[in-house]
Design a protein around this ligand. Structure first.
Ligand code: FES
Length: 106
């Protein structure tokens, strides 16, 4: 299973093995990573699964769909070039070792 490292706002690190195809949001929620709220359950309707992806992996991510783009515009924490919605990106072999940081607010 590919690995993903989540870093909570307070600095707590979770090194997790995620099943192929799981979203970053599912990986966080199922493993008690604090700060990923996922209010809408993954329907791209809330932006409370906002996450910052490490620079080294940005180019490997799938392109953002318009829906995700629009939801990120309304995200509570600052949107940066590293911002993605955790429910819209799935772990893959290519993303093995990815590092994800949780914003300070959702
Ligand atoms: S869980 Fe609501 S937008 Fe991702």
């Amino acid at each position: 299973m590919p690995k993903a490292t989540y870093i909570e706002t307070e600095g707590k690190v979770h090194e997790l093995d995620l099943p192929l195809g799981a979203t970053f949001m599912e990986g966080a929620v199922q493993n008690d990573v604090k700060g990923i709220v996922a209010e809408c359950g993954g329907s791209c309707m809330c932006a409370t699964c906002h996450i910052y992806v490490d620079d080294a992996f940005l180019e490997l991510l799938p392109e953002m769909e318009e829906e995700e783009e629009e939801m990120l515009e309304g995200a509570t924490a600052e949107r940066t070039p590293n911002s993605r919605l955790g429910c819209q990106v799935r772990i893959s072999k290519a993303l093995d070792g990815i590092i994800l940081r949780v914003p300070g607010e959702q």
